[in-house]
Design a protein around this ligand. Structure first.
Ligand code: GLN
Length: 264
């Protein structure tokens, strides 16, 4: 179903660009009307598709059928500033970079950490916030008391995330890694004692612990990271995004959005 929808969407996007290229007055008006309806902004330059995984509260998650969160709001502020209509496409985290490199999405924003490996396939904007990898364990279990202990444990991670990458290094030491498409499924496996620990970003970790009685976050922080938006290599949007992001940081908008979702 998702694939069919994506195909229809891709075809629609292609048609729109072809019509735009053809420069036909009628179709231009048509696309203007559509954008205006979607964004209430008659001046919209068109849509920008953001690839994300909306299961990562507080950065992106679903609330009443709508995708909300820090990333959704910062992306909207950037698109508003640049005159684009934001469209958010939800997918597995592991599919985001491919969506961006293939042009299916214009950018990816998903609490995504800047890594050298990812930089080989995409460009990143300047960072808009920092994060830490946290370790979640069951209360009263002492098998994993530190990052070092992960080397002898079974560890749940979200497929393709930095948590997955860091912990995969421990496989040679004897760690057993269970990879899930959603952080929530990794945490479920923890509560069912199918894994000894879960490694995931600190803010989603706090949400998961709030929602799952009997779990806790270890005090020891694991890895520090920078989050940024990824775009197709060489995209001219990157510079525009950086400029908009700088303005939104300077005027306090980014901080206001983060403070709305993360209470000190
Ligand atoms: N920050 C982690 C990463 O970039 C996890 C992101 C996520 O799961 N949405 O790999």
């Amino acid at each position: 179903m998702k694939k069919v929808l994506s195909a229809i969407l891709a075809a629609a996007v292609m048609c729109t660009s072809m019509l735009a290229l053809a420069g036909c007055g009628g179709s231009k008006q048509e696309s203007k009307k559509e954008s205006a309806a979607a964004s209430d902004s008659a001046a919209s330059k068109g849509e920008l598709h953001m690839a994300t995984n909306a299961a990562f509260e507080p950065y992106e998650y679903k609330e009443g059928g709508e995708i909300v969160g820090i990333d959704a709001e910062i992306a909207k502020a950037i698109c508003d500033k640049l005159g684009y209509t934001l469209v958010i496409d939800d997918m597995d985290f592991d599919a985001i970079i491919t969506a961006v490199t293939s042009g299916k999405a214009d950018f990816g924003m998903a609490g995504m950490t800047v890594t050298d490996e990812r930089k080989q396939s995409v460009d990143f904007t300047d960072s808009y916030t920092t994060a830490i990898q946290s370790i979640i364990v069951n209360d009263g279990e002492d098998k994993v008391k530190s990052a070092e202990d992960l080397k002898k444990a079974s560890v749940g991670v979200q497929l393709g995330t930095t948590g997955d990458i860091y912990v995969s290094d421990f496989e040679k030491d004897g760690a057993k890694i269970e990879r899930f498409n959603k952080g929530a499924d990794a945490v479920l496996a923890l509560t069912q004692k199918k894994v000894d620990a879960v490694v995931i970003d600190n803010e989603p970790a706090k949400k998961f612990v709030e929602q799952n009685k009997g779990t806790k976050i270890l005090d020891e922080p694991f890895e520090n990271e920078d989050y940024a938006i990824c775009l197709k290599k060489g995209s001219e949007l990157t510079e525009q995004f950086n400029k908009a992001l700088k303005e939104l940081k300077d005027d306090g908008t980014v901080k206001k959005i983060i403070d709305k979702y993360i209470k000190a």
